[in-house]
Ligand binder design. Structure first.
Ligand SMILES: [Zn+2]
Ligand SMILES: [Zn+2]
Length: 257
């Protein structure tokens, strides 16, 4: 990931609120295309320009070829709000975050997220490194907002179920670990969309936190098709189960490890 600044110079008469609103729309379009990572972008005003601090998944993430139609529109609307096209200043590599996947394109994918990592929910199946969503190419449904919104809800529930004093004792965990929860239905549909767009397989990670019987946990069956899905060892050091038919991966329940 790269830490960068986007500068929007004032070029004609505008109001503060009009300029700010247009910058916000542009940044939002970039988020929903996977071109920016995270949600909060401190923005300040300095003499003749606005400046936003952003995190990019790759050095070239913001080139306009990666923009969604919404991103192109928001970019084209900047001059109407009195702003020049943005100037990018790369500040350096973000040392705290994972490295973006080197494959272009990846041979396969895993849809995976958790509360702790602010990266793309799409991973390369060979390296388990985050893949920027825009690398899937232009989506006919315009952009990847559904992926980002799914990820936000997933992370919120994961955050809750990680707490000692949970405010939702069981329901957050159920949403994460039951195959047919609304969250996992949405996630699996997104994985199918990745397959359609890329022509490659995309596994969906099914969280497993607790088990009713830890002695049976290692021999549990695939919840999708009831087949034996145990791997020898583990994949990416995380997954002990994989079903190629249902394109699911999972782990031995954390409470049983
Ligand atoms: Zn890779
Ligand atoms: Zn299965």
């Amino acid at each position: 990931m790269w830490l960068a600044e986007l500068q929007f110079r004032l070029v004609s008469d505008t109001s503060y609120s009009q300029a700010e609103q247009q910058i916000r729309q542009y940044l939002e379009a970039l988020i929903f295309q996977g071109q920016l990572i995270g949600r909060e972008f401190p923005t300040y005003f300095a003499s003749d320009h606005f400046c936003s601090r952003v995190i990019l998944p790759a050095e070239d993430a913001l080139i306009t070829q990666h923009h969604s139609p919404r991103g192109q529109q928001a970019l084209a609307a900047l001059p109407e709000a009195g702003l020049a096209y943005p100037k990018l200043k790369l500040l350096g590599q973000d040392l705290m975050s994972s490295h973006t996947d080197p494959c272009q394109p990846a041979e396969g994918y895993i849809l995976f997220t958790n509360f702790a990592e602010q990266v793309s929910p799409l991973r390369c199946s060979a390296h388990f490194a985050p893949v920027p969503l825009y690398r899937l190419g232009a989506d006919s449904t315009a952009d990847y907002e559904d992926f980002i919104r799914w990820q936000l809800q997933y992370q919120a529930l994961d955050e809750i179920q990680m707490q000692q004093q949970r405010v939702l004792p069981k329901s957050a965990e159920n949403a994460l670990q039951q195959l047919h929860s609304k969250l996992n239905q949405q996630g699996r549909q997104l994985a199918r969309r990745v397959e359609k767009l890329s022509g490659k397989s995309c596994y969906y990670y099914l969280y497993s936190g607790s088990s009713q019987d830890c002695s049976q946990e290692a021999s549990k069956q695939c919840p999708g098709c009831a087949s034996d899905w145990r791997l020898d060892g583990s994949w990416h050091g995380l997954f002990q189960f994989r079903c190629d038919h249902c394109r699911l991966v999972s782990n031995i329940a954390w409470d049983c490890q």
